[in-house]
Design a protein around this ligand. Sequence first.
Ligand SMILES: [Fe+2]
Length: 396
Amino acid sequence: MSIEQTLTDQERLAELDLDQLRQLVGLVEYDAGSDPFPVTGWDAVVWAVGNATQAALFYQLVYGMELVAYSGPETGNRDHHAYVLRSGAVRFVLKGGVDPASPLLEHHRRHGDGIVDIALEVPDVDRCVDHARRQGAVVLEEPHDVTDEHGTVRVAAIGTYGDTRHSLVDRSRYAGPYLPGYVARTSVAGERRLFQALDHVVGNVELGRMDEWVGFYTRVMGFTNMAEFVGDDIATEYSALMSKVVASGNHRVKFPLNEPAVAKKRSQIDEYLQFYGGPGAQHLALATNDILRSVDLLRARGVEFLATPDSYYTDPALRARIGDVRVPIEELQARGILVDRDEDGYLLQIFTKPVGDRPTVFFELIERHGSLGFGKGNFQALFEAIEREQAKRGNF
Ligand SMILES: [Fe+2]
């Protein structure tokens, strides 16, 4: 029985330890031996953006990420620019088309800035692809080796919702800065590390297809259902979405999946599907061990967060629900940070406005204290708070 309890290279590089990861992202021990599709963790979030050269600066200067690798015309890649950025154990790859015929430009025309690939690190690419194929997955790239002077990476890719893919990457025999074809690049100066790890990536899928995609992750990728879900009881009244969560065995990789629900108002998921032009990744939750500092720094650099009405904090039910948290509630209120609690502990969270021009992809910052949830309690609390504000204005 192999109980997995090791750090990924990225986590080691980020000087994280297992205790921190249990706290940050709810890492759990599990038996990888009986997993048909073992996943070590996140490899990278790959974006197609309208201007990767500028976006790379944005993520360095505003989000405090570090540039570590680059590929582009100067390195023999005539199709696109690609900038690899890191914050803690999180890796973003920003790609923008150079050649007018680049498929990245077509992707961007259809979807706007968005996530093309949620790449996962796996110990055995071939075993994963064999299993996925037997379970009916679309194999977009067969397992193959890519080699340069730093070693060999074995990769493959399978399709998931919309135009999104999961690359499967085994980099255990590779020592380069990212992948063959990339060269090391150093970063401009700036304050670093506003977040340490990726907690979850939310997918918005088509109306009525959430359970199908939950089935995809459990059947094809061996993920398990996490307890939290938002059903049509809350959904139709408040949040206009239904949501279930699947997770890899060790819980490093967690995918909440949303579908729109018929509600009082037009669903935010409907809006996403319209403007993204179909299903896609909706938000990335970035785990931080000091959400107050991260929010203060991001706000000072111009990042806009969703506003939380004061009535969310003055509601006596909220105080009863959340109990004691590590800072006075006024500190959270001053920043618009939300709190949720379950039987395991609590979490602090806040959401940014969309990062691109379309009302599609955005970020969440999350600071976990024992809770393995995703903020379900905030759906209802937030919507009720908004309705109380509406009522004050005589519009409810
Ligand atoms: Fe989230």
